[in-house]
Design a protein around this ligand. Sequence first.
Ligand code: PXP
Length: 242
Amino acid sequence: MTDHLRLGVNIDHVATVRNARGGDYPDPVRAAELAAQAGADGITAHLREDRRHITDDDIARLAQIEGVRLNLEMAATDEMLEIALRQLPQATCIVPEKRAEQTTEGGLDAAAGHNHLARFVREMSAAGMRVSLFIEPDPAQVEAAMRLGAPVVEFHTGSYANLEGEAQAEELRRIADAAALAAKNGIEPHAGHGLTFDNVGPIAAILQLHELNIGHFLVGEAIFTGLEASVTRMRELMDLAR
Ligand code: PXP
């Protein structure tokens, strides 16, 4: 259990806005620096196979920001492994990736993918990165992460974010139980996807969680209030829930 729940700010959609015109602004590196000043404990960026938002050059520049921890979200492909080993972010999060999806749609199947994933966990861990697996809050997936020797798992909160009422409460219990199972077995649990000011509280109150990764909502809110204000408010809500 930890009192300080880290906030990783995902800046992918700053790049989405930039790429809409193909120029060089708004710059995700500037967003990363501002988010860190506003209380983010780290920056998360997903280098997708199709480079629809974050680019290779963004990752190279984000990896070099002094004092800002970078978590690289990546598919388990040889290309991404080679980039991670070259850029050496402090952390990586292995996610499933489908070309046609709007965003990451579900967790990895760490059980069925064991033989494929093992090399990624092993090689990136050996290079000093803290490797996380993005999984559903399902005991079978936590056990598969244990067999893979992953030091961290990130639970997909997308279903929780999309549900309401008793169904949402049930999904919250699944996340809390999975976080407890991971922590009991020495795996550091994180969570993320679809979190907003309105739904972050009950997730942040799960004391076993060490980190939340939040992006789309914060970047959207920044249009109205500025990025520093949106990150500051999220930080406050997370602290209030602990
Ligand atoms: N965690 C992971 C593994 C993700 O893939 C994403 C989306 O890129 C997030 C967290 C952040 O989700 P959102 O942008 O919905 O806050």
